[in-house]
Design a protein around this ligand. Structure first.
Ligand SMILES: C[S@@+](CC[C@H](N)C(=O)[O-])C[C@H]1O[C@@H](n2cnc3c(N)ncnc32)[C@H](O)[C@@H]1O
Length: 283
């Protein structure tokens, strides 16, 4: 039975997709595409961990060299079916296979032999340091590049501000660090821990912010986001549930009036394996 915090509905994933795609780092994707051009074009095996309904592949497929053979991994069979349907005919894609399984319990068997890219989007804040170490070791053994995008960094700004904003966001960030099945989750620290582990393993590491800047035209996304945050904060601080609920009412009123702006910090990270002819790393 998956931990409830690791279950996502397809509607939420659809609502966030446009914001995700416009926030992502074009330059890291281009750097990855250049690296992949030098691989064996007949063996372009790519693996998307926690693929959901396939948003990451929809972003990457037209931007990476053609001949892509994707393996999509998730523990949610319904999302995997959607992902396969929606990614099969994308430009650049030669084949799509799906693998249903738990990334915590069976990471090694879920990443196909010969994968040259391991990628994930909006996944990292759910994982533990122990899991990340296993993932980095596996990528090093396989000589695979890793592109880990849209990792929540914990930096949020809400406009217009309310007095309770900081307390709610702090509770959300604390809630994120709960154990989701594989040890305490890294939450907002995950991307920087990930960068350190890849550097220690000799990878060249590059990262860039991928910030959501949500305005009145993204009312549905704002509404879902605030509602999810209020749920998490209420679970984390049950004694404060009534004030969190009042906070949510006020925030949603501002969304409905078209006054609300939300910035949510994320980071994209590219790690290229040692010996791949790449020099340099971001600090
Ligand atoms: C926030 S969603 C992101 C989905 C997709 N990558 C995207 O960017 O839209 C996280 C995904 O990871 C999957 N997931 C979370 N924990 C998992 C685990 N332990 N094993 C397999 N899949 C997992 C969820 O089912 C969900 O599809």
């Amino acid at each position: 039975m998956p931990h409830p915090s690791t279950v996502f509905d397809s509607e939420w994933l659809s609502i966030r997709e446009a914001a995700d795609h416009s926030a992502r780092s074009e330059s890291l994707t281009a750097r990855l595409a250049d690296w992949l051009v030098d691989r064996d074009a007949a063996n372009l095996r790519l693996c998307d961990l926690g693929c959901g309904s396939g948003s990451n592949v929809r972003y990457l497929a037209p931007r990476l060299p053609a001949g892509q053979r994707w393996c999509l991994v998730d523990h949610d069979a319904g999302l995997l079916t959607l992902a396969a349907e929606r990614c099969r005919d994308l430009p650049g894609v030669s084949s799509v296979e799906t693998l249903e399984g738990d990334l915590v319990g069976s990471l090694d068997t879920l990443i196909p032999e010969g994968a040259v890219l391991i990628t994930a989007s909006a996944l990292l804040d759910l994982v533990s340091e122990q899991w990340l170490s296993r993932c980095v070791s596996l990528a090093a053994r396989r000589g695979a590049a890793c592109l880990i995008t849209l990792s929540y960094s914990g930096d949020v700004s809400l406009t217009p501000a309310l007095a309770e904003d900081d307390a709610v966001i702090q509770a959300v960030n604390a809630h994120q660090r709960q154990d989701k099945g594989g040890g305490p989750a890294l939450g907002p620290d995950a991307w920087s821990v990930c960068a350190s582990l890849f550097r220690e393993a000799g990878f060249s590491v590059f990262h860039e912010p991928s910030v959501w800047s949500l305005d009145a035209s993204q009312a549905a996304l704002q509404d879902n986001l605030l509602t999810g945050w209020a749920r998490a904060a209420g679970e984390w601080l049950p004694d404060s549930a009534p004030s969190v609920s009042a906070w949510l009412d006020q925030r949603l009123q501002r969304v409905r009036r078209g006054e609300s702006r939300i910035r949510v910090g994320h980071q994209d990270l590219l790690a290229l394996p040692p010996g791949s002819g790449t020099v340099g790393s971001d600090a």
